[in-house]
Design a protein around this ligand. Structure first.
Ligand SMILES: CSC[C@@H](O)[C@@H](O)C(=O)COP(=O)(O)O
Length: 351
């Protein structure tokens, strides 16, 4: 089950809205298909949407070249940038989307002197290398995280929120990558997976991903996390991230902030696993992160089944921000940032 694959010049995406009950795929032949797939969460998770968008930009470049006979490469680049800008609007919080498109644009502009046909090939190669790099990044980050947690010297009970696994990346995942590495070392006693309302990424995706790998996992509803921490000996919380600001504040799936408060109350260390592409050092603090608000029907219903009056007022932020004070460490592919704050993050990035 590949989260995404580039096949015969098309992007094939596993439709995560149908999981775990149905394995079906969406074939994207134009960038607008990728935009739609990202918007409806057919492909989701910060690194996965970055890679998908990179391929989306390849489809955009090809579509432009097919529909117009460009007299100059700079005209093509201007239209290509505009397509990237539109794709970038698919979701606002995960900075990996923006990062991936900026990387693709930089690659295209770096070849400004070359003909459009060469740029098309270069963009395809760049997207493929971005996908391959994500695999390596996940593996390195997972090892750093597992090494840090293995120091406890005993099998661990871990709580996670949302899905930061293979389905959210091109590789083994970020938070679930760390859990996979710990499992390989015989160091997972139990993983508690929050169901993650409203869209149930924990129940639908994390639980099935871990079960498929034979990793012990127990599904809980989001409102059970406090009691599980109190009664089940949770050793650590490990989650992914959608954007991390220069002081270490971390945006992740709605509910993560609450889990961090519960962890603090129960003396449970709270860890974030995220690639460097998830850091947005142009922002000083979490309050500056744009938070996506999604369709209110996602809260008025569960999997399309109404659970509230259709006219009920709703607030549906897709993400929240965990303050850096609540984070014990951030695992990246280049190492661990302990007790993240502006000084630690700056030191890590040599700023
Ligand atoms: C490695 S994925 C990290 C995050 O993107 C993940 O935890 C998350 O919040 C995903 O939200 P989603 O709305 O499903 O895209």
């Amino acid at each position: 089950m590949d989260t995404l694959r580039w096949q015969n010049g098309q992007l094939v995406l596993l439709d995560q809205t149908k999981l775990p009950l149905e394995e079906s795929y969406i074939t994207c032949t134009k960038w607008q298909d990728v935009y739609d797939a990202i918007s409806i969460l057919a492909v989701r998770g910060a690194p996965a949407i970055g890679v998908a968008a990179a391929y989306g930009s390849v489809l955009a470049a090809r579509m432009l070249a097919d529909t117009r006979d460009y007299e100059s490469t700079s005209e093509f680049l201007a239209d290509f940038s505009e397509c990237c800008r539109c794709l970038d609007e698919a979701r606002p919080t995960a900075v990996n989307l923006h990062w991936a498109l900026e990387t693709m644009k930089a690659a295209a502009y770096g070849a400004e002197e070359q003909p459009v046909s060469s740029i098309l090939q270069l963009l395809e190669d760049k997207a493929k290398s971005m996908q391959a790099e994500d695999v390596a990044i996940n593996t390195a980050m997972s090892e750093y995280g597992a090494e840090e947690l293995a120091a406890a010297g005993k099998p661990l009970t871990i709580l996670t929120h949302c899905n930061a696994g293979a389905l959210a990346t091109a590789g083994v995942g970020t938070a679930l990558g760390v859990i996979r590495s710990l499992h390989k070392r015989g160091l997972i006693r139990m993983v508690y997976a929050d169901e993650t309302r409203p869209l149930l990424q924990g129940a639908r995706l994390t639980v099935s991903e871990l079960m498929a790998d034979g990793i012990p996992v127990t599904l809980i509803t989001d409102n059970m996390a406090a009691w599980v921490m109190k009664t089940k000996g949770v050793d650590a919380v490990v989650v992914g991230a959608d954007r991390i600001t220069a002081n270490g504040d971390t945006a992740n799936k709605i509910g993560t902030y609450g889990v961090s408060i519960l962890a603090k109350e129960h003396g449970v260390p709270f860890y974030v696993a995220a690639p460097i592409s998830t850091f947005d050092l142009s922002l000083d603090k979490g309050e500056q992160i744009p938070i996506e608000e999604r369709n209110h029907d996602e809260v008025r219903s569960i999997q399309g089944v109404p659970t509230a009056l259709p006219e009920a007022a709703v607030f549906n932020p897709a993400f929240d921000v965990t303050p850096h004070e609540n984070i014990a460490a951030i695992f990246t592919e280049k190492g661990v940032i302990r007790k993240p704050d502006t000084a630690q993050v700056h030191a890590f990035f040599n700023i």
